[in-house]
Design a protein around this ligand. Structure first.
Ligand SMILES: Nc1nc2c(c(=O)[nH]1)N[C@H]1C(S)=C(S)[C@@H](COP(=O)(O)OP(=O)(O)OC[C@H]3O[C@@H](n4cnc5c(N)ncnc54)[C@H](O)[C@@H]3O)O[C@H]1N2
Ligand code: MOO
Length: 403
């Protein structure tokens, strides 16, 4: 019996735990998931600094400076970024200062080099309005003790930079779930093998390794097995240090659909064996101790949809992420979808913005054995159970996969 998608999702999410944490060198942290609360132990900027190359001075004194009202000052010091000056700036004096350098004592503003004329140690200020705004104040972005980043945050480029600002050279991140990938089917040959009649290349392992990597998993490619219970069981056992075991093929009801038998042989408890979606109906989910086994369809597009809907959220949860679901938006069908649905259907589509609407166009190759549309799609149209054919202009719900 096929169970509803939402129930299958709940069963799987309840069957897995968040991975333990590990320390990783910051340069290897891109796209990892932070496993600690990051509190700043500094103010940032750590000192009042100049945002410009120019002159630090007493801002009030040059507030009305203009080409016909120049203010002449005497340079008393020169501060490069990384330098420091202890000489107080007083009325009538200025300190040459470079971008990023700490303000000298007494300075209340900075004028740009371009607004000055320099002659030896004398500096003529031709424009001084707003000089008091040209200071980056200590702590204006970050205060010491501020809680800045929380566990579950995906480390994007901005987070990488911020961790560096805070001196977190080896932050705690969640361990990646290890996912074993096995392609089953006596017709399947490795990607670099010549094809003989009746055989096809293993595309599923590569497609799924891309999908699982994007979901934060570490992939262990275990190769392929013929339709043979012992061979499949052997490969699954050989990947024993993995957390999730994903097979493709042999999940349906044919004479050589053996994943159910493999689970029996290995003592894996079946959680469900069919989910009411199209494509991707045959999915054998099983549990042995805390290890999750997922037998996806051999049909590439069906396996991709099952992965999207069932496996991706599980990997995101295991990997410590806060959000397990892709964004969904309302869209307008750009062309008719002429099939009626029984089970909930996922249609490969391309979406784009037109004026205030998002338009969604179903792609042509929707069959469960085809990959062309998965290649081109940036979204999936979700068509609920028992929906009649939909005309162009109908409102649909769309899952956004990428830009
Ligand atoms: N009597 C029924 N037959 C089928 C049903 C059904 O309900 N009753 N469901 C159909 C649906 S829907 C699907 S989806 C498939 C699922 O079949 P399996 O999961 O058992 O997968 P296979 O039969 O092993 O393979 C299906 C198809 O995919 C090709 N394949 C397999 N592995 C790979 C791979 N690694 N890379 C690329 N392509 C692969 C395989 O050669 C087959 O063409 O069952 C229907 N049948
Ligand atoms: O259920 Mo099959 O998975 O339509 O592709």
């Amino acid at each position: 019996m096929a169970i509803k998608l939402e129930i299958a999702q709940e069963i799987l999410l309840n069957s897995v735990n968040v991975m333990p944490k590990e320390r990783v060198t910051l340069s290897d942290c891109w796209h990892r998931v932070l496993a600690e609360t990051v509190v700043s132990d500094i103010d940032f900027p750590p000192f009042d600094r100049s945002p410009l190359d120019g002159y630090a001075l007493v801002a009030e004194e040059v507030a009305n400076a203009a080409p016909d009202n120049p203010v002449v000052l005497r340079q008393i010091d020169n501060i490069p970024a990384g330098g420091l000056s202890q000489k107080p700036v007083t009325p009538g004096t200025a300190c040459r200062i470079m971008t990023g350098a700490p303000l000298p004592p007494g300075a209340t503003g900075v004028v740009r080099l371009e607004d000055t004329v320099v002659d030896g140690e004398m500096v003529t200020v031709l424009e001084g309005k707003g000089a008091n705004k040209n200071i980056c104040f200590r702590g204006e972005e970050i205060c010491q003790g501020e809680e800045l980043i929380s566990p579950g945050t995906v480390i994007n480029a901005g987070v990488m930079g911020m961790l560096a600002v805070l001196g977190k050279g080896r932050p705690f991140v969640f361990c990646k779930p290890r996912v074993a990938l096995i392609a089953t089917g006596s017709e399947i040959v490795p990607v670099d093998f010549p094809l003989s009649l009746g055989k096809i290349r293993n595309s599923n392992s590569y497609m799924l390794s891309a999908l699982a990597s994007e979901a934060g998993a570490q992939i262990v490619l275990m190769g392929n097995a013929a339709d043979d219970v012992d061979q499949i069981a052997h490969l699954l056992e050989a990947a024993s240090d993995c957390d999730v075991f994903m097979t493709t093929g042999g999940a349906s009801v044919g004479d050589y659909d053996l994943i159910g038998e493999v689970y029996k042989k290995l003592g894996i408890t079946v959680l469900f064996d069919r989910v009411s979606i199209k494509p991707g109906m045959p999915v054998l989910a099983g549990l042995r101790e805390d290890k999750l086994f997922l037998g996806l369809s051999g049909n590439p597009a069906a396996a991709a949809i099952s992965f999207e809907q069932l496996v991706r959220p599980v990997l995101l949860k295991m990997g410590g992420r806060k959000v397990w679901w892709r964004p969904r938006v309302k869209a307008v069908l750009a062309a008719a979808f002429n099939k009626k649905t029984g089970a909930k259907r996922f249609v490969w589509a391309r979406c784009w913005q037109k004026n205030n609407d998002i338009l969604a166009e179903p792609l042509y190759f929707q069959s469960n054995g085809m990959l062309k549309s998965a290649m081109a799609a940036n979204s999936l149209i979700v068509i609920p159970e028992d929906t009649p054919p939909l005309p162009a202009g109908a409102e649909v719900e769309v899952i956004l996969l990428s830009d």
